[in-house]
Design a protein around this ligand. Structure first.
Ligand code: PHE
Length: 449
């Protein structure tokens, strides 16, 4: 097959692809969500299941997504159609892509609300209003924010505009520039914070909480949350990585690139946990405090440490940037699709989509105040969207992408494109996407019903 090019542009090098995909993967999922769900699900055993999912399911499926995207050089739905036709299979496989676009829209709407909390915390840390807060005060400040729809709406709106602005700029101008400097800075600061955590007396307690496993604390629901989170944190199952893969240079090796992304993403999550849990234990706070965990623990630590106002502000800025680069990638597949399929201008498509996700986001932020009594299946809108996207839609999308890559695409097409070092390694990958990943996720689904 003659080499194709994406009409949306392409990354300057393999290195830029790694940065962009890591920018997508590393986000609120790592720093906000991973610690709080680990806290809610009892710690070590949950972390172990999560790590197994990353290695056994996440990495192989990420390889599948990158390869499908790169071979077809189109947005996810069209990529699936293209490769299905190339192998003489039904184009119905592209329905996976449709579900993916929907998942991206729904995730964005609550993601942007949480990113808005981060923006508020940048301001509150910078202006000194969090200086020296106790753990009770930190809790009250966070509850106060949730109770104030006007402020939540303001930040949600600002964040949506920030994301739309970058996505309009497109692959090279927008996405690439945003990731280049900010990602490395986040890594550095995270390790500075880890150093602070290690200097406290509770580092050991935080470490044991995360790495001593007690399987009696693990429910099937917790296993599903771990499975779902492994997709969420790696941006899998909805076409983000497929879209980014379609901009990847041909010569870059898929296997080692994906390993690097998976490694960096996992590292950030584990370090974030090792930063947050020592603070929690040192101050007698509850690890199962839920979505507010990061927002009530970090201010207390910054309030106590030397230079805390400065480091705190910087840290929240970098978390905001991590959220930004992830949110960009939530919109990109749908924007690329609208441009390809409907022939919309990139700017029109992005703004139209921005308005839709912004509006749904209002329902999410209302979950904490004016709509707190509206529930779907016993959950408020915010929790409901988080639950169905991360725990159902992404794993389902992921399984079908695995099945597509393993069963529908001709073996030769896959092996040409992925081009792993050895044939044995390729066969191992194929076995995992054909059998292990779908069966493992399927079993967890069934046990949860
Ligand atoms: N991986 C991102 C995070 O951890 C969230 C995300 C999910 C982004 C799916 C894109 C697609 O924050």
């Amino acid at each position: 097959m003659q080499e194709k090019k994406s009409i949306h542009g392409s990354w300057a090098s393999r290195w830029v692809f790694i940065l962009a995909a890591t920018g997508s993967a590393v986000g609120l999922g790592n720093i906000w969500k991973f610690p709080y769900i680990t806290g809610e699900n009892g710690g070590g055993a949950f972390v172990l299941v999560y790590l197994l999912c990353i290695a056994l399911v996440g990495i192989p499926i990420m390889i599948a997504e990158v390869f499908v995207g790169r071979r077809a050089r189109q947005s996810p739905i069209n990529a699936l159609v293209d490769l299905a036709e190339e192998s003489g299979k039904s184009t119905k496989w592209s329905l996976i892509g449709v579900m993916g676009l929907l998942a991206g829209v729904l995730i964005f709407s609550f993601y942007s609300v949480v990113a808005g909390w981060v923006l508020q915390y940048i301001v509150s840390t910078a202006n000194g209003s969090l200086n020296g807060v106790t753990s009770e005060q930190a809790g009250e400040i966070f509850s106060g924010l949730l109770a104030d729809p006007g402020t939540l709406l303001l930040w949600h709106t600002i964040f949506t505009i920030m994301v739309v602005g970058v996505v309009i700029g497109g692959v090279n101008a927008g996405l690439e520039r945003a990731t280049r400097i900010m990602m490395p800075a986040l890594f550095v600061l995270l390790f500075v914070m880890l150093g602070y955590g290690m200097s406290t007396d509770s580092f050991g307690a935080g470490w044991s909480f995360m790495f001593d496993f007690d399987f009696s604390k693990l429910s099937w629901d917790a296993v599903l949350v771990a499975v779902g989170h492994s997709f969420f944190t790696l941006s899998l199952g909805m076409g983000t990585i497929m879209a980014y893969g379609s901009y990847m240079p041909k010569r870059a090796s898929i296997g080692s690139t994906v390993l690097a992304i998976g490694f960096l993403d996992t590292l950030v999550a584990l370090v974030a946990g090792l930063v947050i849990f020592p603070i929690i234990f040192a101050n007698g706070m509850d690890p199962a405090a839920g979505p507010g965990l990061m927002f009530i623990s970090l201010p207390v630590a910054f309030g106590q440490m030397a230079g805390g106002q400065f480091f705190g502000t910087l840290f929240f800025v970098l978390i905001g940037v991590a959220a930004w680069t992830s949110a960009i990638s939530l919109l990109e597949p749908t924007v690329a699709y609208l441009v390809e399929r409907v022939g919309m201008k990139r700017s029109t498509a992005t703004i139209a989509l921005g308005v839709v996700v912004w509006a749904i986001g209002i329902l999410c932020l209302g979950s904490f105040n004016f709509m707190s009594d509206v529930t779907l299946f016993g959950k408020n809108v915010f929790d409901f969207l988080d639950y169905i996207t991360a725990n159902i839609m992404l794993p389902l999308g992921g399984i079908f992408i695995a099945l597509f890559a393993g069963w529908a695409v001709k073996k030769k097409h896959a092996s040409d494109e992925i081009n792993l070092k050895s044939e044995g390694l390729f066969n191992l990958w194929l076995f995992v996407v054909k059998f292990i990943a779908p069966v493992a996720v399927g079993v967890v689904f069934i046990l949860n019903l």
